[in-house]
Design a protein around this ligand. Structure first.
Ligand SMILES: Nc1nc2c(ncn2[C@@H]2O[C@H](COP(=O)(O)OP(=O)(O)OP(=O)(O)O)[C@@H](O)[C@H]2O)c(=O)[nH]1
Length: 394
C-alpha cells in the first residue's frame, strides 16, 4: 500500500544544490496548478492502483461432508487497529528495552548492579545520556520509596518514568483560525517528508478539511511526481513547477489556496543536511517568502525525523530550529528500528511538540502522538518477556 510514494533510500548525491535568492514576486515562470477535477476532465487516463487480489483457497471436502462444507474461503487478514500497528511497529524498541529488562531480571533481584545494567539497555535504545540518567535516578528513588521487588513493579516504574518524560511532547496540531493554514515541511534527505505529506493530506481530508499541496521539493523530480500522483488519485490540488525555485512555487501555492478558500496548504521542501549551510540558508529564505505571501504564516513548521538516526535527531532539531523556527516534529519509521528511545532524548534535550509518529508505509500509519499509547505499546503491560523473566526468578 502507498507504494506510489515509495522511493529508493537517499544517496549523498541527492542533496539539493544551492539555489538563488527566492524571487517569488518577480520573474519566475508560473508554476503549474494541477487541479484534479480539471485534469480528470482533460485527461481521464489516471492510473489507479488496484488492491491485490484476495487469496481464495478452495478446499475439496471429503465425501459426505460436501453438504456441510461447500468451500472454505481464506479471508484477507483483518486490518489491524492503530494500537496494534503501533505495538507491532515498536517491536524492536520493545525488544531492546523490555527484553533487556527480562534478561536482567532473569538473573537476580533489584540492586545497584542491575540498575547499572539497565542504564546500558536504555542507552542502547537511544534514550541518550541525559534521559537515561534521569530515568535511572527516578527508578532508584521509586525502588527505595515504594520498596519495589518484582520485575512487573520495576517495569511499571520505568514505564511511569518514561511517560513523565515524554508526556509534554504530546501537543496535538490545532489548525486554528487561519485560512489557509500553512504547514511547511522540512527535514534531511529521505526522512519521509513527501510520504508524510501524502498521509497528512489524507488525515486532514478525513477531518473535512480541503487541502492543497505545494511541490516545493524542486530538486528531486520524483518528489514532485509523488505529490502529483497523490493529488490526482485523491482529488487534491497540487501546485508544481518543473525545476525552478521552491519559494516561488510555495508562494504561488499559498495565493492559489487563498483564492480557492482552501483550508490547509502542505508545502514540501527538498531534503538537506544541517551541515550544508548554504542549503540551510536557502530554506530560511523559503520561510521568509512564505511570510511574504501571508504575514501570519507559516502557521506550522514541521521537521520530519527518521527514527533510525537515533541521537542524531537532536542535532537536526537544533539546526533546523535555528534556521526556520521548528514548531512541531514528525518522527517516522519507528517501525524497523530499536531506537524508539530517542523520543525521551528529544523530550529532555530539545523538546518540541511531537505532532505525529509514523510506524509504516501505509497511508494511515502516521497518527497523532499520544504518550500513554506509546508507553503502553512499548511495555505491553502484563505480557511479554519481562513477565517471563520475573517468573523464571520465582
Ligand atoms: N517503514 C517506514 N517507511 C517510511 C515511513 N515514512 C516514510 N517511509 C519511507 O521512507 C522513504 C523515503 O520517504 P520520502 O517521503 O520519499 O522521503 P523525503 O524526505 O521526501 O525524501 P527527499 O525528498 O529525498 O528528501 C520512502 O520509501 C517511504 O515509503 C514510516 O513511517 N515507516
Amino acid at each position: 500500500m502507498f507504494g506510489f510514494l515509495k522511493k529508493k533510500s537517499p544517496k549523498p548525491e541527492d542533496v539539493a544544490p544551492a539555489v538563488a535568492e527566492p524571487t517569488a514576486e518577480v520573474g519566475v515562470p508560473a508554476p503549474a496548478v494541477i487541479d484534479p477535477a480539471a485534469a480528470a476532465a482533460a485527461a481521464p487516463a489516471v492510473e489507479v492502483a488496484q488492491p491485490a487480489a484476495e487469496a481464495v483457497a478452495e478446499v475439496v471436502p471429503a465425501e459426505g461432508e460436501a453438504a456441510a462444507v461447500a468451500e472454505t474461503v481464506v479471508a484477507p487478514a483483518p486490518r489491524l487497529s492503530w494500537g496494534e500497528r503501533l505495538k507491532a511497529g515498536l517491536a524492536r524498541t520493545r525488544q531492546q528495552i523490555g527484553g533487556g529488562l527480562a534478561n536482567l531480571f532473569g538473573l537476580r533481584k533489584i540492586d545497584e548492579d542491575l540498575l547499572e545494567e539497565l542504564e546500558s539497555t536504555l542507552l542502547m535504545a537511544d534514550c541518550g545520556v541525559d534521559a537515561t540518567q534521569y530515568l535511572i535516578d527516578d527508578l532508584r528513588m521509586r525502588w527505595k520509596r515504594d520498596r519495589l521487588e518484582t520485575a512487573d513493579q520495576l517495569q511499571k516504574a520505568l514505564a511511569d518514568g518514561l511517560h513523565g518524560i515524554i508526556a509534554p511532547l504530546e501537543q496535538a496540531l490545532e489548525l486554528g483560525s487561519h485560512q489557509p493554514f500553512i504547514i511547511m515541511i522540512a527535514g534531511v534527505n529521505g526522512s519521509g517528508k513527501t510520504t508524510s505529506i501524502g498521509k497528512l493530506a489524507k488525515y486532514f481530508q478525513a477531518q473535512g478539511k480541503s487541502v492543497l499541496l505545494a511541490a516545493g521539493d524542486t530538486f528531486r523530480a520524483a518528489a514532485r511526481e509523488q505529490l502529483m500522483t497523490w493529488g490526482e488519485r485523491n482529488n487534491v490540488t497540487v501546485v508544481a513547477q518543473e525545476g525552478g525555485d521552491a519559494a516561488a512555487v510555495i508562494f504561488d501555492a499559498i495565493n492559489a489556496a487563498r483564492a480557492r478558500r482552501i483550508d490547509v496548504v502542505l508545502a514540501d521542501t527538498a531534503g538537506r543536511l544541517p551541515t550544508q549551510l548554504h542549503l540551510m540558508e536557502e530554506i530560511a529564505k523559503v520561510r521568509r517568502v512564505i511570510a511574504k505571501a501571508d504575514p501570519s504564516g507559516p502557521h506550522e513548521v514541521l521537521l520530519v525525523l527518521d527514527a533510525n538516526i537515533g541521537q542524531n535527531a537532536l542535532a537536526q532539531v537544533k539546526a533546523f530550529d535555528k534556521a526556520i523556527g521548528v514548531t512541531g516534529l514528525v518522527v517516522t519509521k519507528l517501525d524497523g528500528t530499536a531506537k524508539g528511545g530517542v523520543l525521551a532524548a528529544i523530550a529532555r534535550q530539545c523538546p518540541k511538540p511531537l505532532r505525529f509518529i509514523g510506524v509504516g508505509e501505509g497511508i494511515d500509519d502516521l497518527q497523532p502522538f499520544k504518550a500513554r499509547e506509546f508507553v503502553d505499546a512499548l511495555f505491553e503491560p502484563g505480557a511479554g518477556a519481562v513477565k517471563a523473566g520475573a517468573d523464571a526468578r520465582r
